[in-house]
Design a protein around this ligand. Structure first.
Ligand code: NDP
Length: 341
């Protein structure tokens, strides 16, 4: 398929500076954790990536283990790059990670120098790239000395295999240690990739303040709580093909009557504001300027389009935020009474 990027691709998306760095990221980025593996339809994945790029999403997030099978999302992305996006490489931020289970034996996971360097080399090969823009340590390692992990990341930057370094899933205390170690080694920690959504607010308890102080950006993954904060489950049914129907990463048992009350109350606000629930969830994250980018997933271009519609809405008003806060701080009885009346 011949592809030429839309000329107006940077007109709607806004870009936020990543901490105190020189790098800006789009307010919405696209992750390839699900839907881009060897088991998925290549054409659907390609169309989603190209539509994203046409809408100003110039940051694509991967990891060594994304698939299934592990590694295959990087192969898919490498093919899209080769066939369609190669002329635009300098416009694109590609990130990948290592930390989770990737190959058998003692060197296929966690945070040793041995694993991180071998894994990034394999990721580069799968994607057909000479370098990635951001390389993350995917999860803290309880056993490897943090000095070893951080020194390996720094060497990766010095060798030119990654332009920037990030950490993911580190709590505030672990992040503080990692960031100060990287500083001591002369490389700034560009970014932290953390889960965050209206249903999961742990980063508000210390991590965001730390990142702000250190000038490290924050990119929020699973912003729709893997689809719960979209129109997908509002009536309590689990649609065939949805992530909850696969019951692995998103358990259908998590869709409780209490959660449905909350989701529907949030959806009422979205409807009154003339937007979808997923757009509301994205705008809610963007209310805080410390959140550099909202890292969404999408299994189709139509989901992507719906999520991108957040950008054509003004920031949420103080009144909307206040109503959302009341729902999230969860006086469910009141929510139910209000919905019944
Ligand atoms: P989301 O919370 O955005 O969930 C995405 C899923 O929700 C989609 O695949 C789709 O699932 C559903 N969905 C999205 N939009 C809509 C819509 N408009 N209407 C209906 N359903 C919708 O994010 P993810 O959990 O996918 O995470 C995003 C990215 O974050 C990942 O790709 C990855 O890059 C990163 N990540 C990083 C982690 C880390 O440890 N660092 C961990 C997890 C994710 P479906 O259609 O299948 O139901």
């Amino acid at each position: 398929m011949v592809y030429t990027a839309k000329e107006n691709r940077y007109e709607i998306m806004k870009y936020r500076r990543c901490g105190k760095s020189g790098l800006k990221l789009p307010e919405i980025s696209l992750g390839l954790w699900h839907n881009f593996g060897g088991v998925d339809c290549y054409e659907t994945g390609r169309e989603t990536v190209l539509n994203a790029f046409d809408a100003g999403i110039c940051h694509f997030d991967l990891a060594n283990n994304y698939g299934p099978p592990p590694g295959s999302a990087e192969i898919t992305f490498g093919r899209i790059l080769k066939e369609n996006l190669k002329p635009y490489r300098d416009e694109i931020i590609v990130s990948t990670k290592a930390g989770f289970d990737m190959w058998p034996g003692p060197y296929g996971e966690w945070g040793s120098r041995k694993y991180l360097i071998a894994s990034l080399d394999a990721s580069l090969k799968r994607m057909g790239l000479d370098y990635v823009d951001i390389f993350y340590h995917h999860r803290p390692d309880p056993d490897t000395p943090i000095e070893e992990t951080m020194a390996a990341l720094v060497d990766i930057v010095r060798e030119g295999k990654a332009l920037y370094i990030g950490i993911s899933n580190y709590n505030a205390e672990q992040s503080a240690r990692a960031i100060s170690m990287l500083n001591a080694l002369g490389v700034h920690c560009l970014i932290h990739q953390a889960s965050y959504s209206m249903l999961n607010r742990w980063i508000e308890e210390g991590l965001l303040d730390l990142l702000d102080r250190e000038g490290t950006g924050c990119i929020c993954f699973s912003p729709l709580a893997q689809g719960l904060l979209s129109g997908r489950y509002l009536d309590g049914a689990v649609p065939a093909g949805s992530r909850a129907s696969r019951d692995v990463f998103l358990k259908s048992s998590s869709i409780t009557p209490q959660l449905l009350d909350k989701l529907n109350a949030l959806n009422d606000i979205a409807r009154e504001s003339g937007i979808s629930l997923s757009a509301l969830a994205i705008l809610w994250i963007l209310r805080d300027s410390r959140n550099t980018s909202v890292l969404i997933g999408a299994s189709s271009s139509s989901q992507l389009k719906e999520n991108l519609s957040a950008l054509s809405h003004p920031p949420l008003s103080a009144e909307e935020l206040d109503r959302i806060e009341k729902i999230l701080s969860n006086d469910l009885l009141q929510i139910q009474e209000k919905r019944v009346n």
